[in-house]
Design a binder for this molecule. Sequence first.
Ligand SMILES: [Mg+2]
Length: 269
Amino acid sequence: MSARPRRPARSAGFAPAPRRLPGAERAHACADADRPVWLLDLDNTLHDALPAIMPRINRAMTGYVMRRVGLDEAAASALRVDYWRRYGATLLGLLRHHAVDPHEFLRDTHPFPDLHRLVRRDVRLAHLLRRLPGRKIVVTNAPGAYARGVLTALGVAPLLDGTIAIEDMTFAGRWRPKPSRPMMRRLLARLRLPAARCVLVEDTVENLRAARHCGVRTVWVSGIAWRARPAWQRPRRGQRGIDVHVRTVVQLARTPLARRLHGHSRRSE
Ligand SMILES: [Mg+2]
C-alpha cells in the first residue's frame, strides 16, 4: 500500500462560480508547471461499467422517460437511445424537448446506494495512476455524486487532482457535456491549460474527435466499449482523432506517448 496521505478528489470548478473552488485553485497553481495533464473519462475507461452499472442506469433512465414523457416501456427505451445518439446524452434530448429538471434526472437515474459492491476494482489502476507523470483530472458526463462514489470504490480518489462532472459542464445557461467542443475549449481556458499539454483518455471515439479538434492529444481505450457495440458500429484503429490506441487503460503507461511525456516532465522538474 502507498504511504501517500489520503486526500479527497476535488471538483475542478468548471461551471461558472462566484469564487474559485479548491480544485480550480490547485489547477491554476500548477498551470505553469510544464507537466502533462491527463483528462480521464470514467465509465468504461477507468472501470468496466457494462456488467452491473450500465444496465441499472439504462433501466432507471427508461423509467424516468416513462414517468415524465408518458410512454410505455418500449417507446421510452427507444426514445432514450434516440436522444443519446442524436445529442450525445439522453439528458440533452430531454432538456430540449421536454424541459425536465436536470438535477432530478441525474439523481433519479443514478440510484447506487450499493455502488461499492458493483464497481469492479482493479489494483493495476492505482499503480498506473501513481506511475503516470503529471496531473490527472477525471472528466465525465456522469453526475458528480456518482463519479465520486465510483472513484472511492475503485480506491483511486486520493490519486486524482480533480473531477469535472456533468454538472460542471454548464455555461451560458446550457448543458454542454462531451463531445461539446465549446465545452472543451472553455474547460482548457478555465484551467489555463494549453491544449497541447493535455491528453484525453476515453472509450468514446466521438469525444476523442472533438477534443483532438481542440488540439488535445487523445488515447482511445477500446476494450470495454467494443463489447457494448455491434461489430458494424465498432471504430477501427487509425481513425481520425485518435493518437494512441490501447485496449485497457492500464496499458497506458507503456505507450510511447506516456514515456515521452514522462521524460519531458522529468527534464522540466
Ligand atoms: Mg466512457
